[in-house]
Design a protein around this ligand. Structure first.
Ligand code: UD1
Ligand code: CA
Length: 453
């Protein structure tokens, strides 16, 4: 069965009160439209047409490389009119699946059930709602067969009492839709061309309509406001937290975790509260992440501990390392096994060798640090002359005294020692001691000034 997916994304999203088109607002770090496209692609060989209108250029731009086609609906004359814009892209004999750019959590499995019910005629996805206000109601006959969808504004009191509502998601043979959609009328309370009218049309033509019920209202919930966006964000995060716990991860509080990308965890990983994971993050076995950390596009190998309030971005951390508290590993940081980067330390494009320590208040940027090096508190690599960046190299076993400024480009050889408070501008060779600071002068019997008046 070939599937032609149509994703409606032309609406303005007025209630978002945003300059950004609604479907570009993210859930779990991914634009809502991106989530819908991804779910559709999981169905297999699909052709996807996105119907755009408000903010069309921005949407087109963001999804230029996604392999979808775009059609523009200049005026939003209704959902039926919107789907009709995609008719030229329908393939003969295919099944059309209508999705919505602002219904981001729909699951591929649900769509598969709907598609299997739609080979002869339309199949619609419905859901039971305690409060169905605003939705189209599913009208069934005494035998339970779907007869029509009645929009709220067109409904009488009896119809309004129906709690089975239309999610809007529908599958139908392309050949039927191609015929029916151009023949829709807008003679209704809203003066719109309703996609939902194809249901009554089908029944009229003795082609039965199947209703498939979704079990989870959140899966088919649309986003019209920031509050609804936040609600779906929580729902998504809750699901991800549950999945992690089921896979053996300890979450100190599953309600205080945010994953905006992919998070892969080994066994016995523990994550404390208020951590945010962005992009692709991989945590090895036994990794412990303390509270309030932000980890973005990074890999942490087995047994590593990240203490509270640390930020790690575009970095590789080896086994049994310790990071933080209050450390910031910026892009290009690589920590070899057993390395330690402690409080108020910033690293950038820095390789820190096996077992080396940068424990306090330092900046290590554009640096290659060997194994077993100790970098004292307050050490700074002066990597920037205002125009260019230069590299600092520190050999195995070197000891850099506290409050050293290493003016790059500069090398400190293996086993070398730098006295505290030095400003190092020349190479220090293997096993040398370098001290570059004013000599201490002691004056005995010094009289402190006294108050004159
Ligand atoms: C629609 C359904 C209703 C269902 C509800 C579920 C119709 C007539 N009604 O109503 O039965 O219960 O969804 O949420 O289909 N859009 C376009 N172009 C248009 C009109 C709409 O792209 O010309 C897009 C909107 O951006 C929106 C979606 O289609 O994402 C739904 O449109 P909307 O007008 O909100 O439909 P509802 O009135 O909610
Ligand atoms: Ca409407």
């Amino acid at each position: 069965m070939s599937i032609d997916v149509v994703i409606l994304a032309a609406g303005k999203g007025t209630r978002m009160r945003s300059d950004l088109p609604k479907v570009l607002h993210p859930i779990g770090g991914v634009p809502m439209l991106g989530r819908v496209i991804a779910s559709a692609k999981q169905l297999g060989e699909v052709e996807i047409t996105v119907v755009i209108g408000h903010g069309a250029d921005l949407v087109r731009e963001q999804f230029a490389d996604s392999g979808v086609k775009f059609v523009e609906q200049a005026e939003q004359l209704g959902t039926g009119h919107a789907v009709a814009q995609a008719i030229p892209n329908f393939r003969r004999g295919s099944t059309v699946l209508v999705l919505y750019g602002d219904v981001p959590l729909v699951k591929t499995g649900t769509l598969q059930s709907l598609l299997s019910a739609s080979d002869k005629g339309p199949a619609l996805l419905s859901v039971e709602m305690a409060n169905p206000a605003g939705y189209g109601r599913i009208v069934r006959d005494d035998a339970g067969r779907v007869q029509a969808i009645c929009e709220e504004k067109d409904a009488d009191a009896d119809t309004l009492a129906i709690r089975e509502v239309n999610t809007g998601i529908l599958a139908a043979p392309a050949d039927l839709l191609s015929q029916w959609l151009p023949e829709l009328s807008n003679d209704n309370a809203q003066g719109e061309y309703y996609l939902t009218d194809v249901v009554a049309r089908s029944v009229n033509e003795n082609i039965p309509v199947t209703g498939v019920r979704a079990s989870d209202p959140l899966e088919v919930a649309g986003v019209n406001s920031r509050a609804q966006q936040a609600q779906l964000e929580r729902a998504l995060q809750h699901g991800r937290a549950l999945a992690l716990m089921n896979a053996g991860v300890t979450l100190l509080d599953p309600a205080r975790l945010d994953i905006r990308g992919g998070l892969e965890c080994g066994t016995d990983v523990s994550i404390d509260i208020n951590c945010v994971f962005e992009g692709e993050v991989v945590l090895g076995n036994g990794v412990q992440v303390g509270p309030n950390c932000l980890l973005k596009n990074c890999r942490l190998a087995d047994g590593t501990t990240v203490e509270a309030n640390s930020i790690i971005e575009d970095a590789e951390v080896g086994q049994a390392c310790t990071v933080g508290p209050f450390a910031r590993l910026r892009p290009g940081t690589q920590l070899a096994d057993g390395a330690k980067v402690g409080n108020f330390v910033e690293t950038k494009k820095a390789q820190i060798g096996r077992g080396s320590k940068v424990n306090h208040l330092s900046y290590v940027g554009d640096a290659i640090v060997g194994e077993g090096v100790n970098i004292g508190a307050g050490t700074i690599t002066c990597n920037y002359d205002g125009v260019n960046k230069f590299t600092t190299e520190i050999g195995d076993g070197a000891f850099i005294g506290s409050n050293t400024a290493l003016v790059a480009p500069v090398k400190v050889g293996p086993g070398a020692t730098v006295g505290a408070g030095s400003t190092i501008t020349r190479e220090v060779s293997t096993d040398e001691l370098a001290v570059a600071r004013g000599r201490q002068r002691n004056i005995s019997g010094w009289q402190r000034p006294t108050k004159k008046f």
